[in-house]
Ligand binder design. Structure first.
Ligand code: GAR
Length: 203
């Protein structure tokens, strides 16, 4: 079984979507063995307890440097023999400490059609820009902010009367359908990174 950690800072609806997806498969070949959160109050923690996933909470402010912070996370990932990392609303840049160990084995979910609207509040950015279509991107993580090689994208149309809440809901619905499948394929190595290019094994 491929051992996966989910990193999340927020409510964790995408973590839960992955849990539901795996629960529905007879032989997923991977499991979520750890949730890592940098926010002690994050909703994802209660969800992880309900699904009986072990949780590591580490706050950045408890460490003098980002390196020390990531070393603490890395030590737990090693201890728990984590093979693969899925970011699901983790609102920090992954630094060199984690990237060196897991490059090609970390993916991220972002609520826009990258390279449009990277960074914080991509939904708000899209509304402010007045675009008629936004969406969801899944990509391999590199050292940049939402810049790594793109694995999958889905468009979400913006209606005239959409506000932040309604658009967020539409985006979440698309994420919940898309991300678990991509996590599955990447964790199993069916989608992988080779010299910076996204490759797929044909079945
Ligand atoms: C998701 O919409 C995800 O795309 C976004 O955070 C949300 C987390 O929702 N991620 C980013 O903005 C990363 N830059 P969730 O906590 O309900 O899964």
């Amino acid at each position: 079984m491929v051992r996966v950690a989910v990193f999340a800072s927020g409510t964790g609806s995408n973590y839960e979507a992955i849990m539901r997806y795996t629960a529905g498969l007879a032989d997923p070949g991977f499991g979520i063995n750890l949730v890592v959160s940098d926010q002690p109050q994050a909703g994802v923690i209660a969800k992880a307890l309900r699904w009986q996933t072990p949780v590591l909470v580490v706050e950045r402010r408890q460490f003098a440097t980002k390196k020390a912070f990531e070393h603490q996370i890395l030590a737990r990932l090693k201890q728990d023999q984590i093979d693969f990392i899925a970011l699901a609303g983790y609102m920090r840049l992954i630094g060199p400490t984690l990237l060196q160990e897991y490059y090609g084995k970390i993916i991220n979910l972002h609520p826009s059609l990258l390279p449009a609207f990277p960074g914080l509040d991509a939904v708000g950015q899209a509304l402010k820009a007045g675009v008629k279509v936004t969406g969801v991107t899944v990509h391999f993580v590199d050292a940049g902010m939402d810049t790594g090689p793109i694995i999958a994208q889905k468009a979400v149309p913006i209606d005239e009367n959409d506000d932040h809440e309604s658009l967020s809901q539409k985006i979440h619905a698309v994420e919940h359908e898309l991300y678990p499948r991509i996590v599955h394929q990447c964790a199993l190595g069916e989608i992988y990174l080779d010299r910076g290019k996204v490759c797929r094994l044909s079945r």
